[in-house]
Design a protein. Structure first.
Length: 383
């Protein structure tokens, strides 16, 4: 889940960064291009530099330079419609204009030349830019439409944001599920291929021998690998049934007593918990308990005594404890085991303990490890 959220956060951060950069770049380009031509906001300053002194026009040289540089022209039309001053005016541009013609080009184009104008005391200053240099358009919206946009605009924005947030999640989830399914199928296939030759080897080795114990380790590793992968990826299909925990514990310990002669197993159940039941998948519960017992066996090769207790902890809840009197563990190791599961971290006690914590997490059980070196190692599970 952390990988997924991290991926989405990174993707969103990149997306936002790209949008901001694109807006800034477009703004910079627009500003630079706008500076090149004379528009409505600059033409007033131009008009101030074209001065009529007794019928003679004195024009600042910078205006001529600007018009020449952009290939533009300028003219002044008096109140009678006559052009009384011009610079660079194309031959196709008339020298006289009626009221209708002035109204027609005042906001748009004059013979396809983009036009800007400014009212003066002696008439109208008109500045025209080259054909195809500027796109001019006016947007008109009636107030009912504008009110509708104001009302529904925020909802549209929220909808767009949800789509932007959820679509990457769905796409990423689909991709991750496909990847996890492929990994699960691969692990299941390898495990299946190993089981057959392992069964043959186990049938031919001497009971209680080192070889048989190694075969048990391989068998447990295969089972834990499959279980861990399904729990981690969420691809496992687990049942939910009523399980008599005391019966499960007796059945498990009976198997271990018949298999491991160097170890002693003791079960202690509070009288009121003889029929204590939990709602879970029996395979996962067995795997959790067996891993804890196997962990004690693996870390105490010379043998040890193991005690499994099921006691009441109040409010109809029970506590399961598995304790051995073997070599124990240092304080630092116990501290690590009691930390939260990390995706890329395999505890020193192995994959089995990781599976124990994953099963407990699935059913919201609290797990606590404790130990003293050369005295005991204990795991307590609040069911």
């Amino acid at each position: 889940m952390k990988k997924l959220s991290g991926y989405i956060f990174s993707m969103m951060l990149v997306l936002v960064s790209l949008i901001v950069i694109d807006v800034l770049v477009m703004f910079f380009i627009c500003v630079q291009k706008e500076k090149k031509y004379l528009d409505t906001y600059r033409i007033e300053k131009v008009s101030e530099k074209i001065v009529n002194e007794g019928g003679v026009y004195n024009v600042d040289q910078s205006i001529y330079d600007r018009l020449d540089r952009t290939g533009s022209f300028a003219m002044i039309i008096d109140d009678s419609g006559n052009v009384i001053w011009n610079y660079n005016k194309p031959a196709e541009i008339p020298d006289f204009y009626g009221i209708k013609e002035v109204a027609s080009f005042s906001h748009w184009y004059l013979n396809d030349y983009p036009i800007y104008n400014w009212a003066r005391d002696d008439g109208i200053l008109v500045v025209g830019h080259p054909k195809g240099s500027i796109w001019k358009y006016i947007l008109e919206i009636n107030m009912e439409t504008m009110d509708g946009m104001i009302r529904f605009g925020p909802y549209m924005l929220i909808a767009n944001m949800l789509i932007l947030l959820l679509l990457p999640v769905l796409i990423t989830r689909k991709w991750m599920l496909a990847r996890e399914k492929a990994r699960t199928e691969w692990i299941a296939g390898v495990s299946h291929d190993i089981r057959t030759p392992l069964s043959i080897v186990m049938g031919s080795v001497e009971k209680g021998s080192i070889e048989e114990k190694q075969c048990f380790k391989i068998r447990d590793l295969i089972g834990n690998l499959n279980t861990e992968n399904k729990l981690e990826s969420g691809t496992g299909k687990w049942s939910s049934e009523k399980i008599n925990l005391t019966s499960i514990l007796r059945d498990i310990l009976c198997d271990y007593i018949n298999t491991y002669e160097d170890y002693s197993f003791d079960l202690e159940v509070d009288e009121q918990l003889e029929n204590y039941s939990i709602q879970a998948d029996v395979t996962l519960i067995r795997r959790m308990i067996e891993n804890l017992i196997t962990n004690s066996i693996v870390h105490n090769e010379k043998g040890c005594e193991m005690k499994v207790t099921l006691s009441e902890r109040g409010n109809g809840k029970a506590k399961l404890a598995i304790c051995d009197n073997g070599q124990g563990a240092p304080e630092q190791k116990i501290k690590v085991l009691n930390e939260r599961i990390k995706n890329a971290y395999l505890p020193e006690h192995g994959l089995g303990i990781r599976v124990v914590k994953q099963v407990a997490k699935k059913y919201k059980y609290a797990v606590k490890f404790s130990a003293e070196e050369n005295e005991y190692f204990k795991c307590e599970i609040d069911l």
